[in-house]
Design a protein. Sequence first.
Length: 325
Amino acid sequence: MKNALIVGIDYYSKVSSLHGCVNDAFEVDSMLKRNDGGAINFNTKRVTASNSGDAISKKQLKDLITKLFAQKSEIALLYFAGHGHIEKTGGYLIASDAGDGDDGMPLSEIMTLANSSPAINKIIILDSCFSGIAGASMENTEISHLAEGMTILTASGEDQYASEENGRGVFTTLMVDALSGSAANLVGQITPGSIYAHIDQSLGEWDKQRPVFKTNVKNFVCLRQVTPPISIDELRSIIEYFPTPGFEFQLDPTFEPELKGRDAGMAEPVEANTQVFRVLQKFNRLNLLIPLFAPHMWNAAMESKACKLTALGEHYRRLVEKELI
């Protein structure tokens, strides 16, 4: 069982209200609830505050977070979009009824709940200002205390604001893009690490906010499954064509199905070879292999050149060889 608590707070009674957090919560809920294709993924509970009628109090926020991390599950995921606050006593997530920053839910308390949770994997994702302090020791913020299975992904560092653009959080917009498939590997898995990499690469070095990623895990968990760009059977066939590291697969004109462009007397296509060539071309489009001494795969076939795996291709060849795919 995978459980996710998704909180988005726009309405604040005593401090300035926000505009994109509720939208962000709905988007994240939609992404996590089901995998690509409609299969059930997370059991989600979405709680949002748009106005005084659905305001979220500190007590309500604390009770929800406590319940999330008290349950035995494969994954317990907390997503929060709203105001954050930091001072000498630490960081806080701000509920609708907060008057001062330290009226909020202390991040240290959230970390205590998460670190002691019976859930196998605990994931905290925060789109709030100063959220990078989550998990840090108050004695030395350069040190983080994370139990095994704990992962933290935040929109900004401990001294940075989290920005909104066009009614959406910049961080969450990129995260939703990652969950949509932009951060998937070749078997269609999206992990916390791949989401961070996508966000990190999308924000320039000079941006005012930088994501923070902290983890203590032996293996990354899959947060969402999408349709892979190549079938698993085709990916597994990589070892048939490239049985050893550095192997060069020899091509010739019989692999190219197109008749146009052939010189007189050139061998015609062979169906078995053209079927193999279609798979090799997919590998090429996914940066798994490159033609040798030819600009394109068509040229490599027509000129009887070879092709070989890239570093990424060798990585997936090893995974198949070890029966990890």
